[in-house]
Design a protein around this ligand. Structure first.
Ligand SMILES: Cc1cc2nc3c(=O)[nH]c(=O)nc-3n(C[C@H](O)[C@H](O)[C@H](O)COP(=O)(O)OP(=O)(O)OC[C@H]3O[C@@H](n4cnc5c(N)ncnc54)[C@H](O)[C@@H]3O)c2cc1C
Length: 290
């Protein structure tokens, strides 16, 4: 399908991009990797008057580690993040999720910031950001603000970013000693969006769980943290019985949407299986990182 007519701007700096966003506001869409936006344009599901293409803004790409955090520029391509040793060492949950996004061709254009700004509830990176309490850094005409992941995702493809703000960076806390992680998902075919996905992280200290994090993709219009299950796990020694109970608590109150890919009940059963599987894998990895 051909794209509709749309004006085009190609800023070379963050300041220029913000000036353009301030001028066009809701009439503009930022163009990053285009892997979600271009199909939306072609299907006439997005109708911007102007595209602000940030592919030429070099300062938005890169991965750096400081003070227990890993900062990733919004325009960092998914395949670049996938190959980053810094991310593999310090944010293993993100490293595990990245190869599950679409196919190599998608990841060679798609960006970390694009995935989080698009906020598809079935996508991997929003669930990772929620599980790890990532911070999203946005810049607009009145300066910079840091948004916790818990306040970023507001609904289906909706975030708390204002129309005149650019997502410039995402920060993930580095995993400490004894932290094991796992990203689990069920999709119809390799490379498809997950029917259900789970980001899991466990920290073990002296044989007990000192920190547990579980966030689902595909069960609501935003990524969902399983807080009751996390509370149950904290302070306990890992065991099959504990993980069974955590799976029950994580899914009992869920009412996931039904669609062509699965009923609500099917999604709940898959979610429970992923919790058991994810916790087992995270506990094994945690032992290795002691
Ligand atoms: C066939 C196919 C399969 C896919 N499978 C998966 C999958 O399994 N899992 C998955 O997670 N994703 C999947 N994707 C989507 C892919 O990961 C996209 O790359 C990603 O969702 C969007 O990133 P992008 O850089 O392409 O953003 P774009 O498409 O350029 O932009 C997406 C949205 O974010 C906004 N935006 C982008 N960057 C910024 C910024 N810095 N500041 C403010 N707003 C911004 C845009 O305006 C737009 O609204 C798939 C895509 C395709 C085509």
């Amino acid at each position: 399908m051909k794209l509709p007519h749309v004006d085009y701007e190609a800023p070379q700096t963050v300041s220029e991009a913000i000036e353009l966003l301030a001028e066009y506001q809701d009439d503009a869409n930022v163009l990053a990797g285009g892997q979600s936006l271009i199909p939306l344009l072609a299907l006439r599901l997005a109708h911007p008057a102007v595209l602000i293409d940030i592919n030429g803004v070099g300062e938005l790409s890169g991965v750096s580690a400081t003070d227990g955090w890993v900062a990733i520029g919004a325009m960092t391509r998914e395949y670049v993040a996938e190959a980053s040793e810094t991310i593999a060492d310090a944010v293993p949950l993100l490293a595990a999720a990245l190869p599950l996004i679409g196919h190599e061709a998608i990841r060679s254009r798609g960006t970390i910031g694009g995935s989080l700004a698009h906020a598809d509830p079935a996508a991997e990176l929003p669930a990772v950001a929620r599980a790890l309490d990532a911070e999203l850094v946005v810049r607009g005409p009145s300066g910079e603000r840091v948004v916790p992941a818990a306040e970023w995702f507001e609904g289906y493809l909706a975030t708390s970013r204002s129309p005149d703000e650019l997502l410039v960076e995402v920060r993930f806390p580095a995993a400490g000693r004894g932290t094991g992680t796992s990203f689990q998902e069920v999709a119809r075919r390799h490379g498809d969006f997950a029917i259900v996905g789970l980001a899991a992280s466990l920290t073990l200290a002296d044989g007990a769980i000192s920190d547990a994090r579980l966030a689902f993709a595909g069960l609501s219009d935003v990524p969902v943290r399983a807080v009751d299950a996390e509370d149950l796990l904290a302070g306990e020694a890992p065991s099959a019985e504990l993980f069974d109970e955590a799976a029950r608590r994580a899914t009992d109150d869920l009412d996931p949407p039904a669609d062509l890919h699965g009923s609500s009940d099917y999604r709940k059963k898959v979610a429970a299986a992923l919790v058991r599987r994810g916790l087992r894998a995270a506990a094994d990895n945690a032992d290795e990182r002691q």
